[in-house]
Ligand binder design. Structure first.
Ligand code: NAI
Length: 259
């Protein structure tokens, strides 16, 4: 992809779950703003094809965010190849619908492993290299939570719980990094329904068009979000423009949480 801006020039960014949906859109915007991007995913083949589309100095990396050893290997690889890391976007996530009565304990644990434990493991693994890299340029951790981390629904017990915990963990990481004077911010974004494959979880027996229309009716702005609606916020929050913003939460929800 041709570089069209320089808001992230001189920064190296690791994005998890970047083979699809929001992660892929963030990777594309980051590349266009001059960042070196590591497109990581548990699906290595899809990550490789996504990185190839981006071109530039972006690379694909296998990373299962639930696996501590996978994080260690990824960070060692990044240090070898780039020598630095400035941005971590904890984006990989799954959404398994179900009420407290319907959900199996396995699905509860899987949701928390992918959506919440990943943020702990990833930030813990990445911080040492990010701190060493922050002498040159400031760093950012961005956690992709969800509006489901602020507003609950009866059939989203595990997802609500995991995404709400990500919101609060973000603030703890932000305060830790501030106290240590690391020059690293940590913020969370809270998108509502965004048009990605993850929406299939909400489809039930309906077609995708019917699902999108039904979801759009719940949003004050009258539409669901596009991956770029989130990617632009990520560019801002991971740029030096947002250097004084830390521990913050940004709803990207077409007005839903204002009601
Ligand atoms: P998606 O399903 O399009 O992409 C998720 C990516 O994460 C996939 O490439 C998948 O392979 C990867 N992934 C899943 N488990 C993984 C693991 N253990 N290790 C590494 N990669 C893994 O979903 P989407 O919509 O792009 O979701 C991205 C993030 O945005 C998630 O955290 C999701 O909860 C959040 N989100 C999505 C919303 C939506 O409506 N699409 C709304 C609010 C938040």
């Amino acid at each position: 992809m041709q570089v069209v801006g320089s808001r992230l020039a001189g920064k190296t960014a690791l994005i998890t779950g970047a083979a699809s949906g929001l992660g892929a859109a963030i990777a594309a915007r980051f590349t266009a703003e001059g960042a070196e991007v590591i497109v990581s995913d548990r699906d290595e083949a899809k990550a490789a094809s996504q990185a190839a589309k981006l071109g530039g100095s972006s690379i694909a990396l296998h990373l299962d965010v639930t696996d501590e050893a996978s994080w260690s290997a990824a960070l060692a690889d990044i240090e070898n190849k780039f020598g630095r890391l400035n941005i971590l976007v904890n984006n990989a996530g799954i959404c398994l619908a179900g009420s407290v009565e319907d959900l199996s304990y396995d699905d509860w644990r899987l949701t928390h492993a992918v959506d919440l434990d990943s943020v702990f493991l990833g930030t813990k693994a990445a911080l040492p290299l990010m701190v060493r890299s922050s002498a040159q340029t400031s760093g950012s951790v961005l956690n992709i939570s969800s509006i489901s981390g602020m507003v609950a629904a009866g059939n989203m017990a595990a997802y609500n719980s995991a995404k709400a915990a990500v919101r609060h963990l973000t603030k703890s990481i932000a305060l830790h990094c501030a106290k240590k004077r690391y020059g690293i911010t940590c913020n969370s974004v809270h998108p509502t329904f965004i048009d990605t494959p993850l929406l299939d979880e909400f489809a039930g027996n309906r077609s995708r068009e019917e699902t999108v229309e039904k979801l759009a009716r719940q949003i004050p702005l009258g539409r669901i979000g596009s991956p770029d609606d989130v990617a632009w916020a990520a560019v801002y929050l991971c740029s030096d423009e947002a250097a004084f913003i830390t521990g913050a939460e940004l709803a990207i929800d077409g007005g839903l949480s204002a009601m």
